[in-house]
Design a protein around this ligand. Structure first.
Ligand SMILES: Nc1ncnc2c1ncn2[C@@H]1O[C@H](COP(=O)(O)OP(=O)(O)O)[C@@H](O)[C@H]1O
Ligand SMILES: [Mg+2]
Length: 218
């Protein structure tokens, strides 16, 4: 079964720039897929659509078989919260919150009780090797540690699909290798992973590579 599939996907930005020119591919459940290509070719545009953060202007996007174009904004938000974890290059953590609070936040949006949120956030931070630093704010963590928090937060609502946009783009090579190892572990446990990367080591670790050039598959 496909985790997702896109058919003839297009995205024209207001102003007329066509960032995606008809992209077709599928990702099977349990796949580890890397999206690669030069800067500006449309990778983030594509990943944002896959993450339900943006809508295509044409073509189809089926998430777990469901036609996303039929869903309203509230339904898309609900689906995103329940099924998708998103990891950002710049981590996008809230600076005033502790690691624990950052990880617990998506659970609050999903309606979990406060004790359950804290307990699960602790388990997830343990899972990514940060069990001893749950009280640290982002400024009190290294880049690699911040991205671990980002990954724990992405896992908060037990998603089926983990998306990451250049997750190691701001990290040194040692931290990058650790983050890659974490993605591989999660994938080995059954998580579907789709990530955008420039890092050949990540490309090599992924089972499949989707190459994008100029808004189309290369
Ligand atoms: N909100 C936007 N409005 C207009 N153009 C955009 C917008 N976002 C991205 N673009 C343009 O779309 C192209 C693809 O961008 P992006 O998907 O971010 O590329 P990549 O992630 O591969 O570097 C770029 O030329 C970029 O300038
Ligand atoms: Mg990008």
């Amino acid at each position: 079964m496909n985790a997702l599939s896109v058919e003839g996907l297009t995205r024209v930005y207001p102003g007329g720039y066509q960032a995606l020119k008809g992209v077709t591919f599928a990702v099977a459940k349990g796949d580890f897929t890397a999206i690669m290509g030069p800067s500006g070719c449309g990778k983030s545009t594509l990943l944002n659509i896959l993450g339900l953060l943006d809508r295509p202007t044409g073509g189809r996007y089926l998430l777990e078989g469901a036609e996303t174009a039929r869903l309203g904004d509230a339904e898309l938000t609900g689906l995103r919260r329940a099924r998708i974890g998103f990891v950002f290059q710049a981590f996008n953590l809230l600076p005033r919150l502790s690691a624990l609070e950052n990880v617990a936040l998506p659970m609050a949006y999903a309606g979990a009780e406060v004790d359950e949120r804290r307990e699960r956030a602790r388990v997830l931070l343990d899972r990514v090797g940060l069990g001893a630093k749950t009280g640290n704010t982002p400024l009190q963590l290294s880049g690699g540690e911040r991205q671990r928090v980002g990954i724990a937060r992405a896992l908060a609502n037990a998603p089926a699909l983990l998306l990451a946009d250049e997750p190691t783009g701001n990290l040194d090579s040692k931290s990058s290798a650790e983050i890659l190892a974490l993605f591989k572990e999660l994938n080995a446990e059954g998580m579907t992973v789709v990530l955008v990367t420039h890092d050949p080591a990540i490309g090599a670790a992924a089972g499949k590579i989707i190459r994008v050039k100029d808004g189309a598959l290369a």
